[in-house]
Design a protein around this ligand. Structure first.
Ligand SMILES: Cc1ncc(COP(=O)(O)O)c(C=O)c1O
Length: 436
């Protein structure tokens, strides 16, 4: 019988760093009565099965209203679709409306979530083993995993309380070049980052675009949480400030519609010239990579998302206001409960950041907050969280927890933070020298 040693397979399969999300969900399953701050699962109280068929019908009506013949509509939905998708027009209109991102439909590729957008972009841009991806650290596991599966080396750049320092990016790019390697792209989540919750200030956004031009970097801007800002507080995306086409924008409908649709998109309006001198957008050129990864994205999922966009006049931000209010209420409940249990001026050794939106915040505690501590917390105190060290690319974060509050109601949050406070207060402090 054919069998394998795991380490005879691709290195990414055995790499324990690729396992962090599985470990977190297994721990959650092992302690089912623990209140979980460990995931970033979207709130699912607003889902209604009837909406699925409603939005598909809405999209079909939209095609009919546009004068698309019935037979063509049938083909569009039942046949293999165009590789780059069916709903690029609708997504381009949404981007203009929601983010002031002005790109033609040809610059949009509909993908199997953010994840495929990242795989396609990385596959197209990285050509040699000496090409390096710069990434904010701590970082979302999806980007690290995508790079790992494609054998692309990643260099983490430590972020501060306000996200990435553009000068640190320039420095990292130069350091990589000094090693004889090529820094190709920079990955970051400027709005309510996962895992830390940081937001990049406007001045840093502008400077980052300059640094990208100076250091010849493509910026991979990942923005699944930007819609969940407080009214009037949304920041301009890097892509909307990008006059030099330095930014490839990676979008996801996982948080705004539903993760099961597995739909996202890549915006790549850079020009690509082929050997005949003909030009196309980068999104169009990369369709060869997409074709070989997934052939095309589900037409049914695209119909649902297309229907949502049409129904809401392409204004997803307004359509998400109620949902944004749910998340903001949860964020506020988390911050208030933390302030109640760890009052300012008391010597508890606990601090946290105060994001203005998103799904996550960072809690710093006076002991090692690793997986063993998390298990103890889940088993003995019935509250779970994610060790921040899992997300650091170059080590660090040993005394930090990621608290994801998106999928807990305010009452559960108050109870959860009260359990967490007991766990923290009853865990012996370690001296600062003991910190790795
Ligand atoms: C930073 C970041 N990017 C993207 C995503 C969504 O990815 P996908 O569209 O593949 O579900 C998530 C979800 O957790 C995320 O936190």
């Amino acid at each position: 019988m054919l069998s394998f040693q795991q380490d005879s397979l691709h290195g990414g399969i055995a790499d324990p760093e690729m396992d962090s999300m599985r470990i977190l969900s297994e721990t959650a399953l092992k302690f089912p009565d623990a209140l979980s701050f460990s995931s970033g699962a979207p709130y699912d109280g607003n889902h209604d099965l009837g909406n699925l068929t409603y939005y598909v019908d809405r999209y079909i009506k939209h095609l009919r209203d546009k004068g698309v013949p019935e037979q063509r509509i049938t083909r569009l939905l039942f046949q293999y679709g165009p590789v780059n998708g069916l709903i690029q027009d609708e997504v381009a209109r949404m981007l203009k409306q929601d983010e002031n991102i002005d790109v033609p439909a040809e610059a949009v590729m509909i993908t199997h979530g953010f994840q495929e957008a990242a795989l396609v972009a990385l596959r197209g841009l990285f050509t040699s083993p000496d090409d390096v991806l710069l990434s904010v650290s701590p970082a979302y596991v999806g980007i690290r995993g995508a790079a790992r599966m494609l054998d692309i080396p990643v260099r983490g750049i430590l972020e501060g309380p306000d996200g990435l320092d553009p000068e640190a990016v320039a420095e990292a790019a130069r350091a990589v070049r000094a090693e004889g390697r090529r820094p190709v792209a920079l990955y970051l989540v400027p709005d309510f980052s996962n895992p830390s919750g940081t937001v990049l200030p406007l001045e840093a956004r502008k400077r980052l675009l300059e640094v990208a031009a100076e250091e010849d970097l493509v910026i991979l801007e990942d923005n699944p949480y930007g819609l969940f800002a407080r009214d009037g507080e949304a920041m301009p995306t890097l892509k909307s400030l990008d006059t030099e086409r330095r930014v490839a924008y990676l979008g996801s409908f996982a948080k705004s519609a539903f993760p099961g649709a597995r739909l996202g998109y890549l915006v790549a309006d850079q020009e690509v010239t082929d050997s005949t001198g003909a030009t196309r957008t980068l999104a169009q050129s990369l369709s060869k990579a997409k074709a070989m990864f997934t052939v095309g994205s589900s037409t049914l999922s695209q119909a649902v998302i297309g229907g949502i966009l049409v129904e809401n006049g392409y204004d997803l931000r307004s359509a998400m206001r109620e949902l944004a209010a749910v998340y903001l209420e949860r964020l506020d409940a988390t911050l208030e409960a933390l302030a109640e249990h760890f009052p300012a001026g008391e010597d508890h050794g606990v601090t946290w950041n105060t994001p203005r939106g998103g799904f996550f915040l960072t809690l710093r505690v006076p002991f090692t907050a690793d997986l063993a501590a998390m298990e103890r917390s889940a088993r003995d105190y019935r509250v779970s969280w994610a060790p921040m060290s899992m997300f650091y690319l170059e080590g660090g974060g040993h005394r930090e927890m990621r608290l994801g509050f998106s999928n807990l109601a305010p009452e559960a949050i108050r109870e959860g933070i009260s359990r967490l406070a007991r766990f923290i207060k009853e865990t012996p402090r370690e001296s600062s020298e003991a910190q790795a």
